[in-house]
Design a protein around this ligand. Sequence first.
Ligand code: AMP
Ligand code: ZN
Length: 118
Amino acid sequence: MHDANCIFCKIIEGKIPSRKVYEDEDIFAFHDINPWAPVHFLLVPKQHIASMAQLTPAHERLMGRMMLLAPQLALQEGCTPYPEGGFRIVSNTGALGGQEVHHLHVHVMGGPRPWLRG
Ligand code: AMP
Ligand code: ZN
């Protein structure tokens, strides 16, 4: 369930501080420490899953819930509504996907441009 060496598992457990955006039984969301955009938070499953490459049909509901939360939390965190506003979601997977933290996460970015990246 948890990986003792994983920074996001430690954030979920409260062992490393974070600026929490949302929490329920299965999902945790917190602001990225190095934001690329005026709004930039990460949605993560509480369960340690290394990346999207490890997903199985058992994760269908969890991933579906994360995708439904993204637009709700984007608005809550200050993204302006679709279609003039909106947001971008990114899930880096593996070395060539640019993944640095190996606990599955979805970046949600938005707010007025220009952005630093993305
Ligand atoms: P990725 O390259 O997709 O694996 O992105 C990992 C993200 O985690 C980066 O955008 C980092 O800024 C972010 N990050 C790393 N450590 C922390 C932390 N302690 N709190 C919040 N965000 C973090
Ligand atoms: Zn983890």
